[in-house]
Design a protein around this ligand. Sequence first.
Ligand code: ADP
Length: 558
Amino acid sequence: SSPFDAERPLALPPNTSLERFKDFMRQIGDIVGSENATVISSDAELQHESYMDPSKAYDMYHITTKEYLVSSAVVAPRNVPEVQAIVRLCNDFEIPLWPFSIGRNVGYGGAAPRVTGSVGLDMGRNMKKILEVNTEGAYAFVEPGVTFIDLHDYLVEHNLREKLWIDVPDLGGGSVIGNTVERGVGYTPYGDHWMMHCGMEVVLPDGSLWRSGMGGLPNPNADPNAPPHEQKPNDTWGLFNYGFGPYNDGIFTQSSLGIVVKMGIWLMVNPGGYQSYLITFPKDDNLHAALEIIRPLRVGMVLQNVPTMRHILLDAAVMGDRKSYTNSDKPLTDDELDAIATKLNLGRWNFYGAVYGPKPIRDVILQVIKGAFLQVPGAKYFEPEDMPDNLVLQTRHNTLQGIPSTTELKWVDWLPNGAHLFFSPIAKVSGDDGVAQYEVTRTRCEEAGFDFIGTFVVGMREMHHIVCIVFNRKDPSSRKRAHWLIRTLIDDAAERGWGEYRTHLSVMDQIAGTYSFNDHAQMRLNEKIKEALDPKGIISPGKNGIWPKGYKKEDWAI
Ligand code: ADP
């Protein structure tokens, strides 16, 4: 008998009888211990509502019914051999696994699986060591459960922040590995997390263990009798990404090909000085001019970090809910938006950036930045000292130097029972493109009865345009409109040649379908690789629209 015998999951894995599932769970219990496995057997498990206490089994921000995208069980391995044993067991039983690290992938599905009844693999609960912080090489190696807050706290506690900074996303509670493999971004010069990763250890779908790049070369001082995951890695693993031969790291991002158990991430050397700033633009149509100014400065690296151009409502929503600004239930008009901007002493668009380095360097760079942006009529420049009550500027001041927070959670409460989806197309850094995306997305948001809330996140040569679709998760009409909106925007965007960089579980198939060049050459290659590495389709079936052979995609349409 096993502690799981009496429990019936809300959703069984596909093609799996209750008896077989019980047999599976008995063996899972033998691997991880019964305290590290939970069968998701009742609605009581589906009551999580807060980022601070996120669900490990379903999507708190569901747009379908909450039972639809739910795991049959959640299993938390304690070490790499247990991960390998679980993967092998899943192959034997042909039961799909959905790995996640923390489950705070909010706006994109959280910890929920794409295939109902998959077994959630909670990598973060027990495997959360900071394995190394290398000050000379300026990198760290972490396990899946290490959050940005953990890594930052570690630097502070070990008096290392004078030497090294991390880069953080808007919310610091997610894991370094989860965010990086999803190709998430932050806002310092190291904002492209994937660009800054170096060194991965991955459990492959057959249960074997792989190290990327220079990790393929044994360290002569390693103990060859130690199990592979414990062998001292090559000294250059965290220093050089590419190693020798094909560079495979990328196939483990937004991927269903492996479970990342260790990863290296480059840290930024403390630049020896820092100044954050805000530049406000009073008019909606200043966006065009501002983006034209950003492009040469960013490509030319005068703008050293990943700055953001935020719509007024994103800032307003951090500082108050919708009710605090209006009684209207219609999307806010331009006049109302102007009034909110005036009230908050902000622009219709607000640009948050920072300069890095000793004072003489900062002064010169800031002179160029001000000289360029302040040519826009009405544009104003502020530093955090100028606006002690501006919660967004005070928070960005920390975020842009890699100090994590959770303040930006607040905009989700714009509506009662607030939940959100992100619609995230890539845009050229150009006035024409940015304004066109703003117009198309704002018009559709308003058609769906929502306010436009969004931001342009400026990468090296493009912008991640993040449209925050805030809806009321307890109102079926609101959920339905949000779903309609994102589906419609994906098609609107594809017609214009715009594609998304990442998405929620519910629309992965649709977006994958838009990347259709040459009879879906990308998907055909993805499917071949999937078939070669994971013939039974054990890991994350359906993720990013890639379905294993044994699945009929139509059966899983949302
Ligand atoms: P966060 O750490 O930000 O909370 P999640 O844990 O929700 O992020 O992970 C987001 C997504 O990233 C998961 O759905 C999964 O596809 C992928 N992922 C996260 N951790 C791992 C991992 N250790 N191995 C493989 N994929 C992972």
